[in-house]
Design a protein around this ligand. Structure first.
Ligand SMILES: CC(C)(COP(=O)(O)OP(=O)(O)OC[C@H]1O[C@@H](n2cnc3c(N)ncnc32)[C@H](O)[C@@H]1OP(=O)(O)O)[C@@H](O)C(=O)NCCC(=O)NCCS
Length: 172
């Protein structure tokens, strides 16, 4: 599939395909096991990972970044809340494979993600970020997201409370 974004560091971004499910699952399960980026400790099976990705493929809202021929990261946007009044607002997720951080891959994914959400006509993109996740907060700031609030102790993982930082980007 043709790339929709390419940067000077030979990172390409293209729409995700079902064949990417295993690579995406590996990245997600690593984040579940080792980080507070995803607020769960329940790993996904290959079938669950494929079903999760398939929902995004139907919407055209999933992208993968390739570097040196392999999937190095993925990004999705999805309805921020299920009720129809939120239908013009999307939440985003950006994940880069461990060992490939700091190479511009998250930025490449974010560029493609925002462009796609704008093209579809969404109004606002929101990032729900664990408050101590400085790399993610900086990445979002760099793309114009602004901090609109923090919910103290909104969740828990690894035996401690987690604060939720909410960042907002107007799309139109
Ligand atoms: C957050 C994440 C997606 C950033 O992706 P990345 O490919 O490493 O980011 P980039 O190389 O494109 O860097 C983009 C910006 O992010 C910020 N950033 C990246 N790594 C950082 C770090 N270790 N510390 C502080 N800021 C950092 C910087 O602002 C950077 O821009 P700059 O280099 O011009 O200052 C990546 O760290 C990641 O996958 N983390 C684990 C999963 C996660 O937390 N996802 C977000 C859930 S809300």
């Amino acid at each position: 599939m043709d790339p929709i974004y390419e940067n000077s560091g030979s990172v390409t971004v293209r729409p995700a395909q079902l064949e990417d499910a295993e690579a995406v699952l590996t990245i997600r399960n690593h984040a579940i096991e080792h980080s507070t980026a995803l607020w769960t400790t329940t790993l996904q099976s290959p079938a669950e990972g494929a079903a999760w990705l398939a929902v995004h493929l139907d919407r055209g809202s999933a992208f993968v970044a390739e570097k040196a021929g392999g999937v190095a990261g993925f990004a999705v946007y999805e309805p921020w809340r299920p009720k129809d009044g939120y239908r013009h607002t999307v939440g985003n997720s950006v994940y880069v494979r461990e060992g490939a951080h700091g190479l511009g891959i998250g930025s490449a994914l974010m560029t493609a993600l925002i462009a796609s959400a704008r093209q579809v006509g969404h109004h606002v993109m929101i990032a729900d970020i664990e408050a101590r996740n400085t790399p993610s907060i900086r990445l979002h700031e760099r793309f114009g997201f602004r901090h609109v609030g923090t919910v103290p102790e909104a969740g828990t993982k690894f035996g401690r409370w987690l604060d939720l930082t909410i960042m907002r980007l107007p799309l139109d």
